[in-house]
Design a binder for this molecule. Structure first.
Ligand code: TRP
Length: 331
């Protein structure tokens, strides 16, 4: 019997921010609680080595990211939570899948083009084959549903193509995974310039204290054409409004929409409502973050247990894969 599975992962960027939470984590928690699928959530450290990094910092980044998964409300009893490189079958499958992937397909990946541009002095082969490892992450568990942000849809399409090609050549092993986009549209950074990201320093971190959050919000970018308090605003171009849509009750959102357009409220008023709502959500997350941070050994035990569960599933797929590809000495 095939158990329907959900797989997703995030890079160990250390401390996560509200963009990660609204765009991904919150939905993972919902999907896990719905109990329609077996759920597997990974900290993808092997993907993180495709850009320059400091080895001595990697493990703490991984741990912090795992703590954010738990603090967001993932339940380790229900979901397997683990670190990618603890399950070697991912990298093994990535090599095999690379033989079913064309250079041209990888060259078309917009994330590769962007990252190659950003890291001109380190365009390494792993950065290029990043999407193949991502396909392996999903396929090694035969996962069919993959919650991701819109920037990962192209990578998943590649995973589907690779799975189809593998199946045609070697036999029906892999189901084709489908992306599931989160309800929250893309969360931009507070500078309004790009997607919220730690390296850009335009985030609200999940652990930010209320005064820090308010100071960041005060300076946050809104509608660039709304210069004076009396200017009518355009919620559709305002990132604060986008974030409201993700956490504020719909009636209040509708009210804000009207009051912004008529200049009945200013950006400061709107930010204050957002501040209250976001702190309401962050409060319990921060409490759990403190609790988990105080017991790192406990978190590591959860990750080891998750890896063990995942290894069993992944190895069963890999023995099928080696068999149908004719690899190994055989029994
Ligand atoms: N590439 C994804 C990102 O940057 C992270 C990731 C790696 C992933 N492997 C995955 C997401 C498998 C979903 C499924 O966000």
């Amino acid at each position: 019997m095939i158990v329907p599975r959900i797989f997703s992962g995030m890079q160990p960027s250390g401390e996560l921010h509200i963009g990660n939470w609204l765009g991904a984590l919150r939905q993972w928690v919902e999907l896990a609680r719905a109990d329609t699928h077996e759920t597997i959530f990974c900290v993808v450290d092997a993907h993180a080595i495709t850009v320059d990094y400091t080895p001595s910092e990697m493990r703490s980044r991984v741990l912090e990211t795992a703590i954010c998964y738990l603090a967001a409300g993932l339940d380790p009893q229900r979901s397997a939570i683990f670190v990618q490189s603890d399950v070697r079958q991912h990298t093994e499958l990535a090599w095999y899948l690379a033989s079913c992937t064309q250079m041209g397909e990888l060259q078309r990946m917009t994330q590769f083009k962007d990252k190659a541009e950003q890291h001109k002095n380190n365009v390494n082969a792993a950065l290029f084959t990043y999407p193949v490892l991502m396909a392996a992450d999903v396929l090694v568990y035969k996962a069919t549903l993959v919650p991701v942000g819109d920037d990962q849809v192209q990578h998943l399409e590649l995973a589907r193509d690779v799975a189809r090609r593998f199946n045609q050549r070697f036999g029906e092993i892999f189901p084709e995974p489908t992306p599931r986009l989160s309800k929250a549209p893309r969360i931009m950074g507070l500078d309004g310039a790009a997607k919220m990201s730690k390296t850009k320093g335009n985030t609200i971190a999940l652990s930010d204290a209320p005064d820090v959050v308010w100071n960041k919000l005060k300076r946050a970018f809104t509608d660039p054409q709304r210069l004076r308090r009396t200017d009518p605003g355009r919620p559709e171009v305002c990132n604060i409004f986008t974030m409201h849509q993700a956490i504020t009750p719909p009636e209040t959102v509708a009210q804000i929409d009207r009051d912004c357009r008529s200049a009945a409220i200013g950006c400061g008023d709107c930010k204050k409502i957002f501040f209250d709502n976001v702190m309401n959500e962050l409060g319990p997350i921060q409490e759990r973050m403190r609790a988990w941070s105080a017991q790192p050994d406990e978190v590591r035990a959860i990750l080891r247990d998750g890896a063990e569960r995942c290894r069993a599933i992944a190895e069963s797929t890999m023995s099928e894969v080696r068999q149908c590809m004719g690899l190994g000495a055989g029994a």
